[in-house]
Design a protein around this ligand. Structure first.
Ligand code: FEO
Length: 418
């Protein structure tokens, strides 16, 4: 990838990772993901964050730095905003190349540097608000932003150029399109694709920490920011407020989701499935947007989380399996719990063979999520017409409750995801 100048004496370098590996070993990235680093050259040369191991780091970075008359060997400072190995995995490669590089990170990162990489030398712990003078009037300020994404995380702010190097915050999945880096270079379709991948990124890896994101957004209100330069996704130089507003909306979804319903269903012998047409026919009548997922489907779990995050309503089709929940649904509920998908309106339908039990376990597992359940519709064997009529009535009630009180919702622009 070509090095890109984002401001005077400031370049974005880094890697577009492909779709071969799962992000964090779990989340699919069919459109890849960018891992951005930033290079600043004043009297001191600084690298802000790096990339994971085995991503061609040394050769690629050296080539990009050479193109602007620099080298990894002459980097004075490395700023580690976040310890997760997608931003630090190549640290030992860097320190072998440049043993004298001085590392700046939060206090919480210091033992992690030792544990992950055995690095103790040339490490300086910084506190919130501390600064680093690079010369030529360029001063960086460190802002602790714990739990966006790990407890040790910080951001780095360049007050001269008003650039916020935000690391994971304001990031997304999806590699940068060929030859494009900035928000003003993206087509409308690319922007919508990035918005979808911002939702999936947020719901998969960030949503658990939403209270910290809200704190972080408040903290940043006091800063003048012209450019947001995250470590994943595009650089925002024309409308940085767009990505801030996306994150604000994503935080809002923690309260009740959006005007949307996600249907997740599973079936053993087709009896629970026999209710599905009633569900989708009724949803079509209501006009509320919805998505439907059949499980088990491991690669789709990432998308189920994303849709549940933006949905106020969740409909579960699940048979009872040996007196309890169907196991793949128990797995989904566990993921929804980990992602803190709370305060939803929920409805379940499902078949049983000789005894129910799934609903009881579902009620127990979701109690701490504060879900409000409509009356479940359970049936022995295949659903009868009266079961279908009951399910349709419950779904209409869900739609009415979702529509209530949403008079101020503005309609989504064409293709917008949330
Ligand atoms: Fe991009 Fe939390 O790592």
């Amino acid at each position: 990838m070509k090095q890109i100048q984002i401001a005077e004496n400031t370049w974005k370098i880094g890697s577009n990772l492909g779709n071969e590996e799962l992000f964090e070993g779990i989340w699919p990235t069919p459109d890849g993901v960018s891992v951005n680093s930033y290079f600043i050259r004043e009297e001191k040369s600084v690298l802000i964050d790096i990339v994971k191991k085995d991503s061609g780091f040394i050769d690629e970075y050296e080539e990009e730095l050479n193109a602007v008359g620099a080298s990894l060997k002459t980097i004075d400072y490395l700023i580690v905003n976040h310890m997760e190995p997608d931003h630090t995995g190549a640290l030992l490669q860097l320190t072998r190349f440049n043993p004298e590089v001085r590392i700046f990170c939060t206090k919480k990162s210091v033992p992690m540097l030792k544990a992950f990489y055995g690095i103790e030398k040339n490490v300086t712990a910084v506190s919130d608000g501390e600064t680093l003078d690079l010369g030529n009037g360029r001063v960086l300020t460190f802002l602790e932003t714990p739990n966006i994404h790990w407890p040790e995380t910080m951001m780095t702010y360049d007050s001269k150029n008003q650039i916020l190097f935000s690391c994971d915050a304001f990031g997304s999945f999806k590699a940068l399109p060929e030859g494009k880096t900035f928000d003003d270079e993206m087509t409308g379709q690319e922007m919508n694709e990035f918005q979808a991948e911002t939702l999936r990124y947020y719901s998969n890896i960030v949503s658990t920490f939403t209270p910290f994101v809200i704190n972080g957004l408040k903290k940043l209100e006091a800063l003048k920011v012209k450019i947001i330069a995250p470590s994943h996704g595009m650089v925002w130089r024309k409308n940085p407020q767009t990505i801030v507003s996306w994150y604000q909306k994503l935080c809002d979804f923690a309260v009740r989701g959006g005007r949307r319903i996600t249907v997740i269903w599973s079936s053993m012998y087709g009896n629970t499935e026999a209710m599905l047409k009633t569900v989708t026919d009724t949803l079509n009548e209501t006009g509320i947007p919805y998505s439907v997922y059949r499980i088990p489907d491991e690669p789709k779990l990432s998308y189920i989380l994303a849709d549940c995050w933006r949905s106020e309503g969740i409909i579960l089709g699940m048979p009872t399996y040996e007196y309890r929940m169907f196991p793949p649904m128990a797995h989904v509920i566990d993921l929804l719990d980990r992602s803190h998908i709370k305060n939803r309106l929920a409805f379940r339908f499902g078949s049983f063979g000789w005894s129910g039990g799934a609903q009881k376990q579902l009620d127990e597992l979701t109690a701490k999520l504060n879900w409000t359940f409509l009356n479940p519709v359970e049936f022995q064997g295949a659903p009868k017409e009266e079961d279908k009529a009951k399910a349709a009535a419950e779904i209409r009630e869900m739609a009415n409750r979702i529509n209530a009180g949403r008079g101020n919702d503005s309609p989504l622009k064409d293709g917008a995801v949330f």
